[in-house]
Design a protein around this ligand. Structure first.
Ligand code: UDX
Length: 448
């Protein structure tokens, strides 16, 4: 096997994890072949076009192109490779378990070989998957393959930075020497390496995401209690976060978590526990709070507008968070369909996310100003920095009613009110009631 200075690496899956990992490993000097099953994705990558927006990725792919190959052919990524990274999707099944069919498909494509290679599991998988893979490799006589669980903690929008500056690198191996080989691969990166058994490594990933999701649902419930008791959740989170045992991160109340990881991983851990005979009650609540949180915006709009039938609502931001074009499990999608079901006219705007194939019945706007023109309310769904400008007079004057529901607590409530808007944040004191439900025109004196 080649030393860590220049290894041959095959990567299965050209999604966020596979592409960022592949590009970053190429930057470390390794020869990387990325394999995907989607011809259009491979063609685009060969032409130098990343299939999604991720800060820094396009440059990284371009700068390391001589060590990066893209292919549809599994053999190209496996024959001669020292390490084979599994970075395929593990989406939820209808029942909420992780669907491992793409992982098993990779195993089916591994060739017999005479020299040793290590299969590196980056995809998030249920605890126990490593054992099953080891059995499957043995059953096929693929005795030259080692197996290491090396879960991925990249967050979209900061994935390239997260790879080079991770909080930790988790390496769960069946054999000491396989673990050593993976640890050596990451040697240039300064971070604590957690060496452990395969099952524990698998659980570190699931438990970390479930814990972070729990923090979000917790602060969202605190926010909801703040709303009925008159406290401000932003102040509460600031005060809580200074306790070093709590910490300041992941305490931003909002309209619920989304994305490709949290919803699926929380559900997968809950199902994994259930399938093993343990009811993980806390996670049931975390999921339910998150679902309800997406819908609370509707109540806030109704508070100011009465029935929403015939009202025009601008949804500002569609991506599940800023700095990504990803719409997977985005709260915007649930919100848009709830508003349409109430009979509202829905306008949507996002600077990068393209929802034309997933949202129907809404009007797509190219600019924020277009989206809010004549609208009865604007809802900040994603914390895009440009939405901080929303309190400018041009937006207020364009709207039929100057009402902002800030699903991300992006704006300063006092500034928004001083600029003439009725403002509703999450877990913050409400504005007094503005325009009457039946009023056709904005009534500036009521929009405090
Ligand atoms: C997450 C994990 O952070 C990452 O380690 C894992 O590998 C994949 O899942 P990601 O989904 O990219 O990454 O985004 P993250 O920034 O963690 O946010 C997830 C969701 O939580 C977003 O919808 C975000 O808006 C929401 N969130 C986050 C909050 O509502 N409040 C917070 O305080 C933090």
């Amino acid at each position: 096997m080649a030393g860590s200075s220049s290894a041959r690496i095959g990567i299965f899956g050209a999604g966020y994890v596979g592409l960022v990992t592949g590009a970053c490993l190429a930057k470390l000097g390794h020869s990387v072949v990325v394999r995907d099953v989607l011809p259009e994705r491979i063609e685009a990558l060969r032409a130098g076009e990343p299939p999604f927006f991720e800060p820094g990725l396009a440059d990284l792919l371009a700068q390391n192109s001589e060590r990066l190959t893209f292919t549809l052919d599994a053999d190209e990524a496996t024959v001669g490779a020292d390490f084979i990274f599994v970075c395929v999707g593990t989406p939820p099944t209808y029942g909420g378990d992780a669907d491992l069919s793409a992982v098993w498909a990779v195993l089916d494509e591994l060739p017999q070989r005479d020299t040793r290679a290590i299969l590196v599991m980056k995809s998030t998988v249920p605890v126990g998957t490593g054992e099953k893979v080891r059995e499957a490799l043995g059953a096929r006589g693929l005795v030259q393959f080692g197996y290491v669980s090396n879960p991925e903690f990249l967050a979209e929008g900061s994935a390239v930075r997260d790879f080079s500056r991770p909080d930790r690198i988790v390496v769960g191996a069946f054999s000491e020497s396989d673990g050593d080989a993976i640890a050596a691969l990451y040697e240039p990166i300064e971070a604590p390496v957690v060496r452990t058994d395969v099952s524990s490594a698998e659980m570190v990933k699931l438990a970390s995401n479930a814990f972070l999701a729990t923090r979000i649902s917790f602060i969202n419930e605190i926010a909801n209690v703040c709303e009925v008791t008159g406290a401000d959740v932003a102040e509460v989170a600031r005060g809580m976060g200074l306790d070093h045992r709590i910490g300041q991160y992941f305490l931003a109340a909002g309209i619920g978590y989304g994305g490709s990881c949290f919803p699926k991983d929380v559900s997968a851990l809950k199902q994994l526990a259930g399938n093993s005979g343990y009811q993980f009650q806390l996670l049931t609540a975390v999921i339910e709070v998150n679902e309800l949180q997406k819908r609370r915006v509707v109540g806030k709009l109704e508070r100011h507008l009465g029935r929403l039938r015939g009202k025009t609502i601008a949804l500002l931001g569609l991506a599940y968070k800023a700095n990504t074009s990803d719409l997977r499990e985005a709260s915007s999608l649930v919100l848009a369909s709830r508003l349409l079901a109430e009979g509202a006219e829905v306008r949507v705007w996002d600077p990068v996310a393209d929802a034309t194939s997933v949202l129907s019945g809404v009007t797509f706007s190219d600019t924020v100003l277009d989206a809010v023109q004549g609208a009865d309310a604007a809802v900040i769904v994603t914390e895009w920095p440009e939405l901080r400008e929303l309190t400018q007079p041009e937006f207020r004057d364009a709207m039929r009613r100057a009402i902002i529901v800030d699903g991300r607590n992006l704006l300063d409530p006092e500034l928004a009110r001083a600029a003439g808007f009725a403002y509703e944040g999450i877990g913050r004191p409400s504005s007094e009631l503005g325009a009457l439900p039946e009023a056709e025109e904005r009534e500036p004196e009521l929009n405090r």
